[in-house]
Design a protein around this ligand. Sequence first.
Ligand code: HEC
Ligand code: HEC
Ligand code: HEC
Ligand code: HEC
Ligand code: HEC
Ligand code: HEC
Ligand code: HEC
Ligand code: HEC
Ligand code: HEC
Ligand code: HEC
Ligand code: HEC
Ligand code: HEC
Ligand code: HEC
Length: 444
Amino acid sequence: MRALIAMVLWGAGLVSVGIVSQTRPPVGYEGGCTDAGCHDKRHKRPVVHDPVGEQTCDACHELTNEEKHEFKFPLSGAALCFDCHEEHEGEVMHSPAEDGECTSCHDPHASQTKALLKEETIAAVCIDCHDDMREDLDFLHGPCAVGACTMCHNPHGTDHAMLLPTEGPGVCTRCHTEMGARMTEKTYKHSPVEEECTGCHNPHGAKNNMMLKDYVPQLCVDCHDDIQEHAEDSLVKHDALTQGKSCVDCHQAHCSSVEHNLLKEPMDLCLSCHDKELDSDQAKLISIADVLQENPHHHGPIAQKSCTGCHGVHGGEVFRMLIEEFPPGFYESFDKKRYALCFRCHEPELVQDERTTTLTKFRNGDWNMHYLHVNRKPKGRTCRACHNVHASKRPRHVAETVPFGAWDVPVNFEVTETGGTCLPGCHRRYSYDRGKAVINIPKK
Ligand code: HEC
Ligand code: HEC
Ligand code: HEC
Ligand code: HEC
Ligand code: HEC
Ligand code: HEC
Ligand code: HEC
Ligand code: HEC
Ligand code: HEC
Ligand code: HEC
Ligand code: HEC
Ligand code: HEC
Ligand code: HEC
């Protein structure tokens, strides 16, 4: 055996130099095993196992033959370690730890890293046996990127699947305390989030931003295929689902103080986009927010902050995504069904009964003017010939002007105590009176 010059650094910087020229220490050698200059190399690392530092080599190496310098382990496998360390417990054990292969990860003597690891980093220890899942991922989770695998996995064992410290969202909210607080505070919680965060996020990283398992809306419609079908099959599609951030422009992914996990109160949500002119396939859509601001008389459902009393959100079968039928033009051959939208909330008798003294104020004596105008075939006037649907300058939502092709026809409506007068672009000035019928066209 060749001579060695060993510099052994122990404890508080004590340096000793020894020159040795023997294959084994002299019989009865009294000094530490490393002092002899033989077994020093591996102990010169920054992190030294306590019993090694204290030269109690015999805690693990029991001398069996002094002459031959032979040793055996007093205990084998993990038992050797558990002689001093607390035994690992857990319903889910990491197989190398369970099999007592402590030294597949730990150096029993000394190492470069804390916890006497055999590699320089924790992650390097793990990927000795596991694939490095961080490769090929564009977005890496912070703790995973720096290799803090043991922030989430106990290397020995736990009571929870995947060696995790706990179950469910707690795995994540231990660090994401703000999200944990949000989930406690908010009334409406998205049920998969209550179950576990990994339904949507990959804990290590992903090809998508935010470590999402898929991009929105695909992520969402993987579970909500009914919404996707509805949106795709709809005759009238809402671009809100295909533009921008899609579902998450309207819904919170985790929780919300608004029902259906909406980002805002429903009407404010609609107006957050419909506060400007929007391009649709056919035409420019007016700004509904402007309409509501400029017209003080808001239609009942809107006064109650609902747009969905009339419109769908994910798509619909009727023009303008209306939830029930409503004629799109100025004229419509009368059929009650065609006004199903209005008759969700208003009585159909309003336009069905020719004579009435109660159903409507729009009557001349008992002659129902609604019936007269609307209940015609083939050229009944639709409600839009006189009314605004969202809001109006006048009570009863009588419009100032109504669209007739290229012309915005003025209505020139004036209300009186018992009736009203109009001089629309349709006929000469006519009046109606609920007390005594006005004769607008004298009998010849
Ligand atoms: C905590 C228990 C423990 C202590 C203390 C310990 N060893 Fe070891 N030693 C081991 C184990 C376990 C192995 C088997 C190596 C393996 O499986 O990686 C080993 C292997 C060895 C080997 C042979 C294999 C090799 O790595 O070259 C030598 C030499 C050795 N130890 C010397 C020492 C000396 C010298 C000391 C005291 C300074 C010491 N050991 C203290 C556990 C210990
Ligand atoms: C003779 C007692 C003894 C035996 C046997 C023993 N250790 Fe230790 N070990 C200690 C002491 C003492 C410490 C330092 C105090 C502590 O951290 O608990 C320690 C610390 C450690 C540490 C922590 C080091 C750090 O920097 O955090 C690891 C890892 C470790 N031992 C692994 C093992 C392994 C693996 C075995 C079996 C091969 C083993 N020990 C056997 C006494 C022992
Ligand atoms: C798969 C690798 C691996 C195996 C196998 C393994 N450990 Fe560890 N052990 C680690 C890592 C990594 C740490 C450091 C944890 C940290 O700092 O987050 C650690 C830490 C320790 C510590 C320091 C205190 C603690 O619990 O954090 C001790 C002691 C320890 N291990 C003992 C053992 C014993 C005994 C065995 C065998 C029964 C064993 N280890 C098997 C990877 C392993
Ligand atoms: C010595 C090889 C080895 C090392 C090193 C190792 N593992 Fe493992 N690990 C295994 C084996 C074997 C299994 C069991 C695989 C199986 O059941 O399919 C496993 C399983 C796991 C599992 C899944 C547990 C389950 O319930 O299915 C996780 C999580 C895990 N290891 C994390 C780690 C982490 C984190 C590290 C680094 C601290 C690490 N492993 C280091 C060998 C290793
Ligand atoms: C933020 C917590 C977290 C961190 C950090 C983390 N993991 Fe995981 N890991 C998990 C969770 C949660 C699962 C279970 C995934 C599931 O159920 O879909 C898992 C699963 C695993 C599995 C088993 C299933 C699989 O995907 O192969 C292995 C192996 C694993 N992790 C290794 C690692 C390694 C190695 C590191 C460090 C580079 C690491 N993990 C860092 C949370 C984490
Ligand atoms: C050990 C602490 C820790 C744990 C546990 C943890 N995270 Fe993280 N996570 C972080 C840190 C640190 C960041 C980076 C924060 C930043 O850049 O603002 C982060 C970032 C994220 C981001 C991106 C946030 C953003 O605004 O870009 C998501 C999404 C995320 N984590 C989800 C999870 C999920 C899901 C889990 C559970 C599987 C989890 N985290 C567990 C520490 C943790
Ligand atoms: C139903 C799918 C889903 C689940 C389950 C889920 N997330 Fe998310 N998460 C998302 C989506 C989608 C985004 C991106 C939101 C956006 O772009 O507006 C996101 C973003 C995040 C962000 C960054 C943005 C923010 O709001 O702070 C964090 C952090 C986060 N999630 C953590 C978690 C945690 C922690 C859990 C478990 C408690 C969890 N997520 C469960 C879908 C989900
Ligand atoms: C892992 C499956 C899953 C994913 C992914 C998922 N959801 Fe859900 N979502 C559910 C379940 C389960 C419910 C509860 C259904 C119920 O109560 O009928 C639900 C309910 C909802 C609700 C209804 C809440 C209510 O109170 O009416 C909305 C809105 C919703 N999810 C939107 C989304 C959005 C947006 C995404 C994508 C960011 C998404 N979901 C991703 C499973 C999922
Ligand atoms: C323009 C805003 C908006 C967009 C974009 C949007 N939603 Fe909705 N969503 C709503 C509103 C508003 C409701 C409540 C409907 C109601 O009150 O009738 C709702 C209700 C829901 C519901 C629960 C009630 C139901 O119809 O089953 C689910 C689930 C849902 N949305 C999923 C999604 C998914 C998935 C996406 C993306 C593909 C998405 N939403 C896109 C506004 C939107
Ligand atoms: C009482 C039923 C009703 C309510 C409530 C309602 N709408 Fe409408 N909306 C309609 C009808 C009917 C049309 C078609 C008008 C037409 O073409 O004459 C329409 C048309 C629209 C249009 C297309 C405008 C254009 O330029 O053609 C948008 C955008 C719209 N509504 C958004 C909203 C929003 C946002 C709300 C809530 C603030 C809302 N609607 C509430 C019935 C309603
Ligand atoms: C994220 C932005 C956004 C939100 C929020 C939004 N919309 Fe839209 N909406 C659009 C865009 C863009 C269009 C025009 C393109 C199209 O779909 O034709 C549109 C079109 C419409 C149309 C006309 C559809 C047609 O083609 O005839 C109606 C009606 C409508 N939205 C109602 C609503 C209602 C009701 C809400 C609230 C539940 C709402 N929108 C919320 C972006 C939004
Ligand atoms: C979701 C229910 C709902 C729908 C659908 C609906 N309305 Fe209304 N409407 C109301 C409510 C509520 C009022 C307010 C009644 C009140 O203040 O007495 C109202 C008031 C009116 C008024 C003024 C009545 C008054 O006394 O001031 C007119 C005109 C009107 N609606 C026309 C229509 C037309 C035309 C349609 C079809 C396009 C329609 N409504 C669809 C609920 C609805
Ligand atoms: C030719 C014009 C005209 C048409 C078409 C018209 N209305 Fe009216 N409507 C009026 C006038 C004018 C009033 C106000 C009567 C008054 O208060 O003196 C009114 C009042 C109403 C009212 C308030 C209650 C009442 O009758 O006094 C409702 C509701 C109403 N209309 C619904 C409708 C619906 C629904 C349609 C389509 C099916 C429609 N209107 C078509 C002119 C019209």
